[in-house]
Structures are given as C-alpha cells and as structure tokens.
Write a protein that binds this ligand. Structure first.
Ligand code: SF4
Length: 274
C-alpha cells in the first residue's frame, strides 16, 4: 500500500469534483482508492460485518430507517438554504422550504418542517458562506491511508473561520470526540493561518414546538485545543487494522449489537455473506 500515492490520487479526485461532495464520494468509490473516514471507523467498531456490508459491498440499509432519510432531507434543505444565500438569492428560505415540499401530511414531514423553522431562527445569517458540504482529504500518519470527510458548512465572520456540523435525532446525544478530533486536525493542517471555531448544531425531532419541555435545538462550541489527537489516532489505527484484515481475507465477524443495527436486513436477509 502506497499511502502517499493514494493521497495524491484522492487530491486529484477532490480537485476534479470542484467542491461537489457527492461527485467526490462517487469517484472515490468508482476508483477504489484506499482511504479512511469517520463513518468507516465507527462502522467497523460497531461490527465487522456491518463494515463489510456498508464499505466493501456498498449495500444500503434495508428497510431504510426513517431517521436516515429524515436526517438527510433536513441536511439537504439546510444546504439548499446556504447555497442559495452564497449565490446571492434573497429568497433562500423559500428555496429551502420548496426542497422539503411534499404531498400530504405525515409526522415525519411535520417534524422536518418544524426543524427547518428552528433552523431559520438560528441560522448563521451574520456570516459569509465560504462553502457548503465541503469535501476534504488529510494525511493521518505514516502507514495509514488518508482520511476523507465532508464538512457541512464553512463560514467566515470577523476574521474567523467557522465550521458547523449539523446533527439530528430524537434527543441530544453526547458527541463522539473522534469526529471532532478529525475536524480539528484538518483545521490545524489546512487552515492553520486563520483563527477557527467549530460548532455542532443539533436539531431534535419534535411534533409541536408549543408543547416541548426541553429545547428543539442546541448549539455546542467545541473546544478544539482540548481534543486528544494521539488517542484519536490510536483509535483510528486499531480500526484500520481490522479493515485491512477484512479486505485481505474477505471475512468479517458478526460481532455487533444486532438489535440497534440498521444493516439487519442485508445482514440476515437475502445476503448470507462470508
Ligand atoms: S445485524 Fe448484527 S451481525 Fe449483522 S451487521 Fe448488524 S450488528 Fe453486525
């Protein structure tokens, strides 16, 4: 494995994708360039078989959990809002609402519309939009493949760069320090000349804003300097070893908590696997 050559190939794919994260991810998969990502690490930590299904066979969860599609739609509606703003469109809110438009009434549609209205109340309108869904690649350590990721929102305000990651869920869950550490390292490696801040914007699914006892939105500023990069790197190395073994042998253990796994369908259904 030539990690430096792979890193350069990924950089070329990144340049060719011209900031389009979906195009970048598709080309990475098509070209089969070895790489790591936060989602790969958490997948193999959860269960080796899950990693095999998701990142070797590239299977989708079946049936698709509602929280996947709902979270993705909110991400895209918010992205539509900031892309419109960056393009100078002054009816960015209408564009985002149009994106969510759907025939009929459902709980999930109502929750999405409420989450988007919560976003409008907390949007980063005082900042300049630098990038939306920005793909990136960074080197980790000798012997480890490069790490790729996508940052939801990059802003600039008052001489600072502000990175924002959007989260959705039924509740506010504790954040995984690994994802923060990867972003922080990326900031140090590539944006070090500028003061930088990093925030998690978390949207909680609610059915009625008038009846909630705890907030539907939480903004958390991450203390970038307090993150432990050596521990994060150690965690990535352990996961990378497991991934390498799975790719080399084509075998993976069923060693995860099936009751909370979105890949139960492909795992125990028509696909039998190695
Ligand atoms: S259903 Fe169970 S064994 Fe299969 S991938 Fe998920 S956690 Fe692993």
């Amino acid at each position: 494995m030539d990690c430096q050559a792979d890193y350069l190939k990924i950089q070329t794919l990144l340049e060719r994708s011209e900031g389009d994260s979906e195009r970048f991810v598709a080309s990475l998969r098509q070209e089969r360039v070895p790489h790591l990502s936060y989602s790969q690490v958490t997948s193999v930590e959860f269960c080796e078989r899950r990693y095999y299904l998701e990142h070797v066979l590239h299977l989708e969860p079946f049936p698709m959990p509602e929280y996947f599609t709902k979270g993705k739609r909110l991400h895209q509606a918010i992205a539509t809002y900031y892309i419109s703003r960056a393009g100078g469109i002054d009816y960015a809110r209408d564009r985002a609402l149009e994106y969510l438009c759907e025939e009929g009434e459902s709980t999930s549609q109502r929750q999405l519309e409420i989450a988007l209205s919560v976003h409008f109340a907390n949007s980063w309108d005082h900042c300049q939009v630098l990038a939306v869904e920005l793909p990136f690649v960074m080197r980790l350590a000798p012997g480890l493949p490069a790490c790729v990721g996508v940052i939801d929102l990059v802003l600039q305000h008052d001489g600072r760069v502000i990175l924002v990651d959007h989260k959705t869920g039924r509740d506010f869950y504790p954040y995984d320090e690994l994802q923060m550490a990867i972003y922080a390292e990326f900031i140090r490696e590539q944006l070090s000349s500028l003061p930088c801040e990093f925030y998690y914007d978390h949207y909680r699914w609610v059915n009625n804003l008038g009846r909630i006892r705890k907030p539907a939105f939480q903004r958390t500023k991450v203390n970038i300097d307090g993150l432990d990069w050596p521990s994060a790197l150690e965690r990535i190395s352990v996961a990378a070893e497991k991934m390498e073994k799975i790719h080399r042998t084509g075998r993976s253990q069923r060693d995860g908590p099936c009751f909370m796994c979105p890949m139960r369908g492909p795992c125990w259904g028509s696909y039998g696997g190695a």
